[in-house]
Design a protein around this ligand. Structure first.
Ligand code: NDP
Length: 321
């Protein structure tokens, strides 16, 4: 949709819990925001089997249902949804410009809530085998590996939760971690220790992906204490769960990013550019929870409202003088 003739109050980039919560707040404040959420709105959470820690859902809720409810709620409040992908932004000149494959928006303010994505291991053949045994989402792909032998790499909450989840389907799960101890919470560590279908390989690194007929078939693993390499054969899937990378490539050179590439925000969701705010995982390497993303989206929308009110008051004063 070509929008370049109109000046928007607010364009929100990203349609996950942060972006859609911002949209609900901004919509209710009468800002008529645009949300550019790509072809599959809802954010990473739609890949989660069961969301159990969002207050108000004592029985839990599936990630997919949660995502679609957020979208439905945003639609109640005069939010315009755009299912295209942002290709370019210009935050150097006002009004700010956001360009998608279908056209561009001119806007007074922006909330960036484009999230984060799983970090790759960076192995040769990793990209080629993605979807052919290599996966970044056990919830999405785990059921494909019923009665198979699979592996998970990582030592955080996500890796351990995925390993535990995979034992619902797989015959055997290897949990490969580069150090002697996991960084995940104690509770999930205890669950892993008592699950007889999981074998933990500590001080271990995946150094090569083995394949047969274009599919993953095994792994070469190095023990980083002894430097010994062993082959783990008959492995149908490798789930990579080694953290996330923020989706900030589009904003490099336009905004201040921290060393890990996350957007730097002040306590008020402000970036270093007036009128540009950020919310959710793209500016939060620490918590990365649905509730914290949603909360930061609400804060960002309230800050946008304040910013626009202050700008309006400034203009009125200038007219009077
Ligand atoms: P984390 O950053 O917590 O863990 C990443 C893991 O991957 C670490 O064990 C790290 O090893 C390992 N790792 C990183 N890079 C590599 C590499 N190149 N090769 C091998 N291993 C590597 O990320 P998660 O995705 O697990 O979690 C993200 C955030 O979400 C965390 O804050 C987590 O606590 C939170 N979370 C909370 C949940 C809950 O509360 N129930 C559920 C899921 C996530 P090392 O330890 O050596 O650094």
């Amino acid at each position: 949709m070509e929008k370049s003739n109109e000046l928007e109050n607010l364009v929100i980039i990203g349609g996950g819990p942060a972006g859609l919560t911002a949209a609900i707040y901004a919509g209710r404040a009468g800002l008529e925001p645009v949300v550019i959420n790509g072809p599959q709105p809802g954010g990473q959470i739609i890949n989660t089997d069961e969301l159990e820690n969002f207050p108000g859902f004592p029985e839990g809720i599936s990630g997919a249902e949660f995502g679609s409810r957020l979208l439905e709620q945003a639609e109640h409040f005069q939010v315009q949804l755009d299912f295209n992908i942002v290709e370019k932004v210009n935050f150097k000149d006002k009004p700010y410009t956001i360009t998608t494959s279908e056209g561009s928006y001119q806007t007074r303010t922006v909330i960036i809530a484009a999230g984060a994505q799983p970090r790759p291991l960076g192995l040769e053949k990793e990209q080629q085998l993605t979807g052919e045994g290599v996966s970044y989402c056990a919830t999405c792909d785990g059921a494909l590996y019923r009665d198979k032998r699979v592996a998970v790499v990582g030592g955080g909450n996500v890796a351990l939760e995925e390993a535990d989840f995979l034992t619902r389907f797989a015959r055997k799960v290897y949990l490969i971690h580069r150090r002697e101890e996991f960084r995940a919470d104690e509770l999930i560590q205890e669950k892993i220790a008592s699950n007889k279908d999981i074998e933990c390989l500590y001080n271990s690194e995946v150094v090569e992906l083995l394949s047969s007929d274009g599919r993953l078939s095994g792994l070469k693993i190095k023990n980083n204490q002894t430097e010994k390499i062993k082959e783990l054969l008959d492995i149908s899937a490798l789930f990579i769960a080694i953290g996330y990378e923020p989706n900030t490539e589009l904003f490099r050179g336009q905004l201040e990013l921290d060393e890990a590439g996350y957007i730097e925000t002040s306590g008020f969701q402000r970036t270093n550019i007036p009128g540009i705010f950020a919310a959710g995982d793209i500016q939060d390497s620490r918590y990365q929870q649905v509730i914290t993303a949603a909360a930061s989206g609400a804060r960002a929308a309230m800050e946008v409202d304040r910013y626009l009110q202050a700008k309006r008051a400034e203009q009125e004063t200038q007219v009077r003088v």
